[in-house]
Design a protein around this ligand. Structure first.
Ligand code: NAD
Length: 355
């Protein structure tokens, strides 16, 4: 089988690609525009594989995407390409509307035309898997509720509104045109290769450099954290065995407040990297509370019972084991993150890059 993975040079996409190449016999073609969030160094482990190909393309470019489908003839599409950072969506929503909504429309339309031309056996196997977020459900402030697949959409930020919109388009392409789709909505991911603008890598790297650890508001916002490699396995399972037209929520059963996340990172660094930058007595002394993000959702929590029951998936990592692995990975992979911080990652090229 050939998997077309959009956004495969990003954080979660690269974990999916590493999983498919390293743990299965299947092939992958990555389609990625290489925005600031795309990093070819995250694919270095798999880029020499004969089963791997990379195409630099914008999902909004219908002609180019059509060409990629006819050249690479994918059996399954996993659509992860998106603008993904909430703060950036508040400062500049246009790119989110363009990539997340219009780009998803282009992917759906090209996939539909391609699907219509397939042989019956290929049609039966074909899936368009749309990867989305639990942020489409909004906020669970003050309740013990969990997001289920039936929870109504109530997005708060330009990011989550654009993802909600793309989810609706995907379901409409199933209902209206019969495109075989599956949708997943996942909680916050963390782990290796995470771009250092996001909470966990930002805190690890700032602490190592003795910089302030900025925590929004009172830090009591609760997220349900999932280790990225657990997510990648779940995504592969859904893309391959998920039931057409269904949605699966994916979560880590790890509800933790942001301030607790930061304190745990500080504790792990005290243990693993006790020698601190000059002037820092305790990593936790670097914590600083800063003005809250506008529209900041207080609590997200996922009910992942359906994917567990129907597809037998449960996460392998607890928050403690996953966070320890993550801190250890950043300590052992300084060249990956220094190339992000100094911008040199943007100049990387792969040997087998296609048009
Ligand atoms: P990311 O920002 O790390 O990666 C996004 C990738 O998409 C990058 O490689 C980027 O170059 C590429 N891209 C952006 N615009 C593109 C375009 N127009 N054409 C082609 N490629 C483009 O994101 P991520 O954290 O890996 O998230 C991947 C997907 O998973 C997103 O759809 C996101 O909404 C969803 N998601 C993320 C999380 C999370 O915690 N990170 C949780 C749930 C769902």
């Amino acid at each position: 089988m050939k998997y077309l993975v959009t956004g495969g040079a990003g954080f979660i996409g690269s974990a999916v690609v590493r999983h498919i190449i390293n743990s299965t016999e299947h092939s992958v073609v990555v389609v990625d525009k290489l925005t600031y969030a795309g990093n070819l160094n995250s694919l270095a482990d798999v880029s020499e594989s004969e089963r791997f190909a990379f195409v630099k393309a914008d999902i909004c470019d219908q002609e180019h995407i059509t060409q990629v489908f006819s050249e690479h003839k994918p059996d399954i599409v996993m659509h992860l390409a998106a603008e993904s950072h909430v703060d950036r969506s508040i400062d500049g929503p246009a790119e989110f509307i363009q990539t997340n909504i219009f780009g998803t429309y282009v992917m759906l339309d090209v996939a539909r035309k391609y699907f219509n031309g397939l042989e019956e056996a290929q049609k039966r196997a074909f899936r368009f898997h749309h990867i989305s977020t639990d942020e489409v459900y909004g906020d669970l402030d003050g309740t013990d509720d969990l997001f289920t697949e039936e929870t109504s959409y109530s997005p708060s930020s330009p990011y989550s509104a654009s993802k909600a919109s793309s989810d609706h388009l995907v379901r409409a392409w199933n209902r209206t045109y019969g495109l075989p789709v599956v949708v997943t909505n996942c909680s916050n991911n963390y782990g290796p290769y995470h771009f250092p603008e996001k909470l966990i890598p930002l805190m690890i790297l700032n602490a190592l450099e003795g910089k302030a650890l900025p925590v929004y508001g009172n830090g009591e916002q609760i997220r349900d954290w999932l280790y990225v490699e657990d997510h990648a396995e779940a995504l592969f399972l859904v893309a391959t065995n998920g039931k057409i037209g269904e949605t699966y929520n994916i979560g880590g059963h790890n509800e933790v407040a942001n301030i607790q996340v930061v304190r745990t990172i500080c504790g792990l660094l005290e243990e693993i990297r006790p020698e601190k930058p000059a002037g820092v007595e305790n990593y936790a002394d670097l914590i600083e509370f800063v003005t809250d993000r506008p529209g900041h959702d207080v609590r997200y929590a996922i009910d992942a019972a359906k994917i567990e029951k129907d597809l037998g998936w449960t996460p392998k990592e607890t928050f403690e084991t996953g966070l320890r692995k993550t801190v250890e990975w950043y300590l052992a992979n300084e060249s990956w993150w220094t190339s992000v911080l100094d911008g040199s990652y943007a100049r990387q090229r792969l040997g087998n890059e296609n048009s």
